[in-house]
Design a protein around this ligand. Structure first.
Ligand SMILES: [Ca+2]
Ligand SMILES: [Ca+2]
Length: 552
């Protein structure tokens, strides 16, 4: 009797609509009536007559009774799109009078309203899909060479780490040994130097030097005094009153004029004298003092000018170095010296051992009275010091090399670095360029992005590599993660922020930069392609595509 109450059925408009119309393929099996011709809403909340399904009136609270009409809110409608791939649209777009582009079969509207274009759409899609497959095939082959490169590089780095590690151990021992030699040699030399300084020649040289320094000081004092005196005499000469007939004054003036080579003050201005005095230096300060009579040795003596300019340098001589130099010089041809020069005849490889051995050997010879007690010369000191600093530099270089290799290796198969498969390592430092307007834009992967003016001018840094896709909703290591690189901290814009770049990448057979746009002031977006993003077709992505193709 109850069903009689529900009789005003004929009012329902789409009674003829297929019950599975608009049902997603994986739910079709659930759209069958019960024996009593009833149907249960998908959420199990209610049982309704089978006729109520797709009757354009919402009966189930979950809306599942209206898959093919827009009667229930927030539902999905499935277009079968035969000849292409099925798709879902919001049920509100069903029979709204507009042809939904994703429903190429036109099933979202009444028959005859929208044309079925699935054949054309499907063909175009297939063509594009095949092209993509081809691109991916070629690209992934290149990508696999990148991965191979990373493995080779990994092996190389491991070898570097191992060999430099072993070398470091050896070099550390070597450094210890060389340092000990250097310290011993230096200690010996200090004692030897003290002895050398007892040399009468050295002591005499110091006395000469001191005497010369004193003489220079005295000389300067006298020059100053002479200058003051000449000033006094000059003013006497020009200022005295001849009318007083003071013979003492006149004599002084005459005497001064003679020494200084000046004309008599009373004759100045008279023609007769000027010729005679013309060549004379009038500057009384620069006196030509009587020259020494030792003519034959004149060339060896210093001129006043040399005394003035060069004496200081001479007095600055490092007498200790001079002493050591002299010692080497004097020692060279002397008896027993072949011992000290032997090192220069030895191959470099055994020279250090020789140096070490020499001390012992010499002490034996001294002990046996065969040679006089001598000590290594300054060349020994500088040589052992050089060996020490060479060893230090070598060790530092080895450590640097090892550290660099370790860091590179760490980044190699790192999702944050060169990718889990190392596929990006090959591109480290690869520079991509493109011209836009008056500029060439360049990005060196994992390096720096630049804006280079074509007609000359300042090149701006647009930022240095900072990270892969830094959006919080992208998981490091996902394909999406590697589709974006961020370059930050470029040259600051005038009155603005630092320039930065977002590089968007997609699969392509070449590493190229396709476009550059300035999204906002100083914010650049570069787009390009790279084989590093062409995942192999048998990967998860390839399977997904195949599946959708099977659905055709
Ligand atoms: Ca209904
Ligand atoms: Ca529509």
């Amino acid at each position: 009797m109850l069903w009689l109450l529900l009789l005003p059925l004929p009012l329902r408009a789409f009674a003829a609509l297929d019950k599975t119309f608009g049902v997603s393929p994986d739910l079709v099996a659930k759209y069958v009536p019960s024996k009593s011709n009833m149907w249960t809403c998908l959420d199990g909340s209610k049982e309704i007559p089978w006729d109520f399904v797709n009757d354009d009136s919402c009966d189930c609270s979950d809306g599942s009774d209206e898959p093919g009409t827009g009667a229930c809110p927030n539902q999905s409608f499935y277009c079968q799109n035969k000849g292409h791939i099925g798709s879902f649209i919001p049920s509100s777009r069903v029979k709204d009078g507009l042809c939904e582009p994703t429903c190429c079969d036109g099933s979202d509207e009444r028959p005859g309203v929208c044309k079925n274009v699935c054949k054309q759409v499907g063909e175009a899609y297939k063509k594009k899909f095949d092209e993509e497959i081809k691109l991916r095939k070629t690209g992934s082959k290149i990508r696999s060479t990148y991965i191979a490169f990373a493995h080779k590089e990994k092996k190389r780095l491991e070898e570097v780490i191992e060999s430099s590690g072993a070398e470091i151990i050896i070099q550390e021992k070597e450094l210890e040994r060389v340092r000990a030699i250097a310290e011993r040699t230096e200690a010996l030399s200090a004692a030897a130097l003290e002895m050398k300084q007892q040399s009468p020649l050295y002591n005499s040289l110091l006395i000469h030097s001191n005497a010369l320094k004193s003489l220079q000081m005295e000389h300067q004092k006298h020059l100053k005094r002479e200058k003051e005196l000449s000033t006094i005499l000059d003013s006497l000469r020009t200022g005295y009153n001849p009318n007083y007939q003071d013979m003492a004054v006149l004599e002084a003036v005459r005497g001064w004029e003679e020494i200084a080579g000046l004309p008599h003050i009373n004759d100045v201005g008279k023609d007769s004298v000027t010729d005679e005095e013309a060549g004379v230096d009038e500057s009384s300060g620069d006196l030509q003092v009587a020259k020494p009579a030792v003519e034959e040795e004149e060339s060896e003596f210093w001129t006043a000018e040399e005394l003035e300019n060069d004496l200081d340098d001479l007095l600055k001589t490092d007498y200790v170095s001079l002493l050591l130099e002299h010692d080497d010089y004097a020692q060279a041809p002397a008896e027993g010296s072949v011992l000290f020069d032997l090192a220069s005849y030895l191959p470099d490889s055994i020279a250090p051992q020789y140096e070490e051995f020499k001390e012992t050997f010499v002490s034996w010879l001294v002990g046996l009275g065969i040679i006089k007690g001598e000590s290594p010369s300054s060349t020994d000191t500088s040589r052992s010091r050089q060996a020490l600093s060479d060893a230090e530099v070598h060790l530092r270089d080895l450590k640097k090399e090892k550290e660099q290799a370790e860091n590179d290796l760490k980044e190699m198969f790192n999702v944050h670095g060169y990718g889990a498969e190392g596929e990006w390592k090959k591109l480290d430092g690869t520079c991509l360029r493109t011209d836009v307007g008056d500029y060439t834009y360049e990005v060196c992967l994992f390096g720096e992005a630049k804006q280079i003016p074509k007609k000359g001018g300042t090149t701006f840094s647009l930022g240095k590599f900072s990270s892969w896709n830094d959006s919080p909703d992208v998981k490091p290591g996902d394909e999406e993660y590697y589709r974006k690189q961020v370059y930050k901290r470029g040259t600051r814009c005038w009155n603005g922020p630092e320039r930065n770049v977002v590089l968007l990448l997609s699969c392509g057979t070449d590493n190229v930069l396709d476009s550059v746009v300035e999204l906002e002031k100083c914010e650049y977006q570069f787009s390009g392609t790279t084989p590093a993003l062409c995942l192999p077709l048998n990967g998860s992505e390839g399977k997904g595509k195949k599946k959708s193709k099977d659905e055709l």
